[in-house]
Each structure stands twice: as C-alpha cells, then as structure tokens.
Design a protein around this ligand. Structure first.
Ligand code: NIG
Ligand code: FE
Length: 416
C-alpha cells in the first residue's frame, strides 16, 4: 500500500484515551516517543516507530524534526457567527461598569444583536469563515458554534443557516447549538416568559431541518432564571435535543445543579458553581466546560474551581468562548495557558480537556489519534507537550491537518 502521507520523526505523539475522562483519569496522557504516522484516504492508517515509518511508501512525507504531534484540538464553546464588534465597550469595562450593567443598558449582547440583525447572511458567512480559518490556524479541527445574536426568528435562523453552510462547505467540522434564549431583546423587555415561548416555538422546525444538535440558555441574574432555564431545557429534551447551559458565570444561581440534575451534555462557565453543584457534576454525566479566557477578559480575579471539579471526579473541558464581547480570541492555546496559570490544571489535564473531553462535550468522537479514525492532527513547533501552556499567547501550530488534508501551514521561521 502507498500511503497518502507519512509523518516521521515525531518526538512526542500525544494519545489521549477515550473520553469522557473524569477526575483522576484526566491526569493520564499517553505520550509515545520517536513515532511515525501513516495516513490514507483521510484517515489514520498506521501508527508505529519512526524507523518503520521512514521506510513506508508514501506520496508525501513530512519530517516532524522531533517535535510534538497531537490530535486536532476541539473548541466546544464559541459564539462564532455575529455582526459588528464591540471595542467601544473596553473603556466602559475599564471604568468599572459591570458586564451585566452594560447589557441592562442595551449594550453588550444586545449591541451585537443589533449588528447581526443588520448584516446579510452572506456577510455573516464570510466573517464566520475567516474566524474558522483563524481557529484552524491555531490547531482547532472541530468546533461548536452557537446562535444567540438574533433573538428573533429571522435572525436566529440566519445564524443557524450560516453554521450549516460553513459545516457543509468548510474544512472544519462545526457542531451547531441553538442559543435563542441568550438575552431578552429590547422589544420583549419585561416579558421574558413570552420571549422564551417564542424561542421554544422555533424548536420543532430547527429539529426538522436539522439546524442544531444542542440547545443552550444564558441562566443569569437579569437574563433567564433557574425556572425558565429548566422549562427551556425540558422542552428541548422533549423534542430530542441535547442541552447545554451558560451556568453560574457571575452569580451562583444553581445552574450547575440544574444541568447535572437534568443530564445536560455540558454546563459552561461555572465560575460561581456551588459545592453541591460540583458534587453533582462529579456524580453525573454532565461535562464542565470551563472558559478561563472569559474570566480573564472580563478582568475578574476569581476563576472557575477546576481543581475541586477534577479532584472530586468531574470531567472538565476547556473552550475559548470566542465572541465579540466577553472573550475575543481565536487562540485555544492561550486558554490552555490560562488553565495552567489561573486554574492550576496540569499539562496532562489540559491536553485531555481540549481533545477528548472537549469532543465529548459536543457529542463528537474527535480528539484522538486512532487507526481508522479521521486524520485530524497538529504538528506543533514545540520540544514537548508541556511547552504549549507554558509559552503563552503565541501560536505554536506549525501544520494542521483535517481529514488528512493540510488546512494550515505556518510560514514564519521555526523556534525549535
Ligand atoms: O458566554 N455569557 C453570556 N454569553 C457569552 C457572551 C456573549 C457576549 O458578550 O456577546 C459568554 O460569555
Ligand atoms: Fe458563551
């Protein structure tokens, strides 16, 4: 057999185990030295030693020069599709105006809603596509994308269609989430129940047209209550959706307990999760998706308690939360650094959190290097896997492959 591609001289090959990895299992990360990979028809076809790999017949060979190869990263929480930008809010934040106050004044999410309503589907598509390219350039080969900047039928629909078309046309797998209840639009001010029903009424058609796999809701003071979130999640489950929730980000409302109790696929943010909530995550099936980039970007000092979550037995994943207001970065590697610096996660836990656990949090089987599985992987210009969280805010990706096809190659000089 002639392989399409053989990667030789891999210094460290990272082989996360099947997820979800809970608690202490997150500390385990198989790292094999001096390896090679053979790719055929877009899939991993052979994994073995560098010596054997060097003699395999292949159409193309890449010498990894002793550097690190990992599975493609998975970003399980992004707000990918939006109009406009919100750099003007920076001075408000500097002046100490809280995130929820900006929202209350019609800014924040609602300012992005205005821009997103104004832009055409084609404009939103072009922008989102560029964001996806940037994420891929940073090593991401599968990601989740939420709607939630429409807050009306027409615009939510427009966002969901953009994600569908991106997924069909693009290089990267994009898993769609309907986040209709992301805020209360100005036209429904004081009528959040009526707005929620309007969003629930969209669910059957979204299901029918297969426009989303998950639903999500922003459960927070001044946005949606625990009771409203429960109602929305139950309605979603009844229609065959799996659920996610923006929970306990700012105030400790009990969204973590709600998610674990209802068997949500993930509960995201969790900065203010209670002890009871963490216990329930450890006992249940819900993955904690932590977003330290958002805490950093909002200028807060308290981060989600990843240590308690892992030490008590929960499955933790990491994501960018890429969006135009509360975390403006494409770079999941930066999030890996914040997880190390601010949440005291170990390198092994971090790698599992951005591969298999992230994949599990969006119902995918990505994030692993396994014979017969799609060849999604990254060659990193680093001497070892601990180096990526250590050297922060850089892009260490040298080459990125999706389904065996190179989707990114760095042009500037190597560091190692
Ligand atoms: O996950 N917290 C709510 N939603 C997003 C932010 C969206 C925005 O500010 O535009 C988040 O942080
Ligand atoms: Fe978010």
């Amino acid at each position: 057999m002639i392989y399409d591609l053989v990667i030789t001289n891999i210094g460290q090959l990272l082989l996360p185990d099947q997820g979800p990895l809970k608690g202490g299992a997150m500390k385990q990360l198989a790292v094999e030295k001096q390896r090679a990979l053979g790719i055929k028809d877009g899939r991993f076809a052979w994994i073995g030693s560098h010596e054997e790999g060097a003699s395999l017949p292949a159409r193309e060979k890449v010498d990894a020069e002793g550097k690190v190869v990992s599975p493609g990263l998975v970003d399980p929480h992004t707000h990918l599709v939006f109009g406009g930008s919100r750099e003007g809010e920076m001075v408000l934040k500097q002046a100490g105006v809280p995130y929820l106050d900006i929202l209350k004044q019609g800014g924040g999410i609602l300012s992005t809603v205005k821009s997103t309503r104004e832009e055409t589907e084609a404009e939103l598509f072009d922008k989102a596509k560029k964001h996806v390219r940037q994420m891929a350039a940073h090593g991401v080969t599968t990601l989740e994308a939420k709607s939630g900047y429409g807050l009306d039928r027409e615009t939510e629909w427009k966002q969901l269609k953009v994600v569908k078309h991106l997924n069909e046309q693009g290089d990267i797998d994009i898993v769609s989430t309907f986040l209709g209840p992301h805020a209360i639009p100005l036209e429904y001010k004081g009528k959040s129940d009526a707005f929620l029903e309007e969003m629930i009424a969209m669910l059957p058609e979204i299901k029918k047209q297969n426009l989303a796999v998950f639903t999500d809701i922003f459960c927070e003071t001044g946005v949606f209550t625990i009771e409203q979130s429960k109602h929305f999640m139950e309605a979603s489950h009844q229609l065959g959706f799996q659920t996610k929730i923006h929970a306990d980000e700012i105030d400790s409302l009990g969204g973590t307990e709600l998610a674990a109790g209802l068997g949500a696929v993930s509960a995201d943010h969790l900065v203010a999760a209670s002890k009871q909530g963490i216990k329930q995550l450890a006992e249940g099936e819900t993955t904690a998706v932590l977003l330290p980039g958002t805490t950093f970007y909002l200028g807060k000092d308290t981060y989600a308690d990843a240590r308690s979550m892992i030490d008590q037995g929960a499955a933790v994943a990491l994501a960018t939360d890429f969006n135009p207001g509360s975390c403006v970065t494409h770079n999941l590697q930066m999030i890996m650094s914040l997880a190390a610096l601010k949440m005291k996660m170990t390198p092994e836990e971090i790698w599992n959190a951005v591969t298999v656990n992230a994949s599990h949090a969006i119902g995918q089987k990505a994030g692993r290097i396994v014979k017969g599985k799609p060849a999604d992987f990254v060659l990193w210009d680093v001497p070892n896997y601990q180096y990526i969280p250590y050297h922060y805010a850089a892009n260490h990706a040298k080459m990125v492959w999706k389904n065996g096809r190179k989707v990114y190659e760095r042009m500037d000089a190597d560091v190692f």
